[in-house]
Design a binder for this molecule. Sequence first.
Ligand SMILES: CC(C)(COP(=O)(O)OP(=O)(O)OC[C@H]1O[C@@H](n2cnc3c(N)ncnc32)[C@H](O)[C@@H]1OP(=O)(O)O)[C@@H](O)C(=O)NCCC(=O)NCCS
Length: 180
Amino acid sequence: MTRGSTTIRRAKPTITDAEAIISVGRPVFEITFGHLTPPDELKSMLDGIYNVESVLTDLNDPFKVFFLALMNERVVAYSQLTIGGVSELSCLQNYKNYIKLGKIYVDVNHHGSGVSRTLMENTLNEAKRMGYANIYLTVYGENDRAKRFYEKFGFDKIGETQFTIGKRVVTDWVMLAPLQ
Ligand SMILES: CC(C)(COP(=O)(O)OP(=O)(O)OC[C@H]1O[C@@H](n2cnc3c(N)ncnc32)[C@H](O)[C@@H]1OP(=O)(O)O)[C@@H](O)C(=O)NCCC(=O)NCCS
């Protein structure tokens, strides 16, 4: 799908796509969440998450679907849906037929540019096309920019959960949107 100069495509289980995800994800994670954990812990955590082998494992996982947003043929953002399973989150117990938005990360130079909107719309449409009635996510409770972004797409807070980053436990919001 292309809108303006942004193209969205599903990621493939290739080294090229794994490296593209790392090139966006690692710096975005560092800038957004780096203050929550000491630098040495942060580095070992990022090394563990953002390496080609680990990302390739995720790209080959049938329960994880990645979408890439490209501008001028360069990947500037990605999103990821997690399919299947019943969540252990108690606030989801009254909901059925849901999918999880596992991630949406946009290169900082493209925040506020509309890339995130195009990628989110595409991701929500794909979730709908797969037949899901609801989509949920967890977001760090103090990530005000992301929370505002999600609200623009109809997500509402339905509960809270704990998230461990390094040795620190923080509170995440659980947000859900109907897929109509
Ligand atoms: C979250 C993310 C995908 C949103 O994309 P974006 O292009 O920045 O989003 P937008 O600019 O369209 O929307 C952000 C909204 O938050 C608002 N905002 C910006 N900074 C804010 C702040 N500190 N507090 C509250 N709202 C804020 C913006 O004004 C905008 O709202 P508006 O359209 O009503 O004016 C992107 O910022 C990102 O990748 N962030 C880092 C990774 C991350 O946090 N991912 C999500 C959690 S896993």
